[in-house]
Write a protein that binds this ligand. Structure first.
Ligand code: ACO
Length: 365
């Protein structure tokens, strides 16, 4: 490789096409997300979580993918997952929700029946149990007759929510289920390419998701809003954060050079919950300050609001503890990981790139 070109490692593989997929298209210049031929705008408000599972798994998962069948069988899978995880609850009590979720997902046997639904159910049931155990409570058993989003919300918050809350969570889940070759999905495909099995691919993807540059961002978004205090502090606080070399959580994206379309979807949902839900007006003021500062300080790159900024507000407004935000993201994205893992296995070759050695060479021999 010529020395004047950035190495693939330094460029973070930007622009490298590492897979062909029929699952989603992310147009970062136009700000468009398409999943299985449907634009995000077309899906949101019209279709729910179980419907999108059917779309994403079509041709990859050999089972009845009708929405009603998926809803029924996912309910059954949540009940089975809860019983399977029960022996691990004592160990999970001492762990953060994400560490407990890692334990739970890794415990799914390689030969579990209805593996795909079992993994989707395990993330939802396991996250909810982990949150309850963390505060010294007892996990709530799933309701097999409920829709997945509503049951997840009830199990996590431990309370019956206002009528608008479950549809609001479902809109977020649908927006976050699938998004091209992001870091966690790429991880799932690498592991799947070794034929390691679906629980291994999903466990690895979950680990990749937890980093603050990926799915770990929304909790720190709220930390940032708390730390800024009154909106007139925003500019000074944000400038100081950039001076320290920090990243502003909820801004920037590898692919989007315009506003992340999912961000607007989620923001609209926050606005429907109540006029001041989730500190919306305050967050808008911070967002405007952040965008202005990023444009001034990083002029060569169009850094815009990403999914995670308004997700943080939405999940807070739904009464979900911030420690669980990344797990809620996983409860959505697990569906895409599974589809990609199957797609990768079909494409047959192990993913095995090269590294370019830049270290010392032996003096002799
Ligand atoms: N705050 C401050 N500076 C930033 C930010 C940010 N949020 N995002 C990018 N930059 C800077 C980079 O440091 C880089 O500056 P440099 O050239 O002086 O080193 C420049 O802007 C260009 O960065 P990009 O190449 O656009 O960023 P990259 O593609 O490498 O990273 C990422 C994308 C990880 C999302 C980044 O924007 C970031 O760290 N954002 C904050 C964390 C976040 O919100 N993560 C959630 C992402 S969305 C998701 O996963 C669903």
């Amino acid at each position: 490789m010529p020395l004047d070109q950035p190495s693939p490692a330094a460029s973070g593989l930007e622009g490298v096409v590492a897979a062909e997929t029929v699952l989603s298209m992310v147009d970062g210049e136009a700000g468009i997300l398409v999943m299985r031929g449907h634009s995000l705008a077309e899906i949101v408000g019209r279709h729910g979580f179980e419907w999108l599972i059917g779309e994403l798994w079509r041709g990859f998962v050999d089972r009845d993918l009708d929405e009603a069948a998926l809803s029924r069988d996912l309910g059954t899978a949540r009940v089975a997952a809860f019983e399977a995880l029960r022996p691990l609850f004592p160990a999970a009590r001492a762990l953060s929700p994400m560490a407990a979720l890692r334990l739970f997902v890794a415990s799914v046997p390689d030969e579990a029946p209805e593996m795909e639904l079992r993994l989707v159910a395990t993330v939802a049931v396991g996250l909810a149990a982990a949150v309850r155990l963390r505060v010294g409570g007892e996990p709530l058993a799933p309701d097999r007759t409920a829709a997945h989003a509503a049951d997840l919300l009830r199990m996590v918050t431990g309370a019956s929510a206002p009528a608008a809350h479950a549809p609001a969570l479902e809109t977020y889940l649908v927006s976050a289920m699938e998004h091209g070759l992001n870091a966690s999905t790429f991880t799932a495909r690498v592991v799947a390419s070794t034929r390691a099995g679906l629980p291994a691919a999903v466990t690895a993807a979950l680990c990749a998701l937890t980093g603050p540059l990926h799915g770990g961002a929304p909790g720190p978004v709220l930390d940032m809003l708390d730390a800024i205090g009154p909106p007139e502090n925003a500019e000074r606080w944000l400038d100081a954060a950039l001076d320290r070399g920090d990243r502003l959580m909820g801004f920037g994206h590898r692919v989007y050079r315009v506003r992340d379309p999912r961000s607007d979807v989620v923001k609209c949902v926050v606005a429907t919950l109540s006029p001041d839900a989730g500190r919306l007006r305050y967050a808008e003021a911070v967002e405007a300050a952040a965008l202005a500062i990023l444009a001034r300080r990083k002029p060569g790159r169009s850094l815009q609001t990403n999914l995670e900024f308004y997700t943080a507000l939405l999940l807070e407004a739904l009464g979900i503890p911030r420690e669980a935000f990344t797990g809620i993201f996983a409860a959505a994205r697990v569906v895409g990981w599974i589809a990609h893992a199957h797609e990768q296995v079909r494409s047959s070759r192990i993913i095995r790139p090269q590294s370019h050695y830049v270290g010392p060479v032996p003096v002799s021999g």
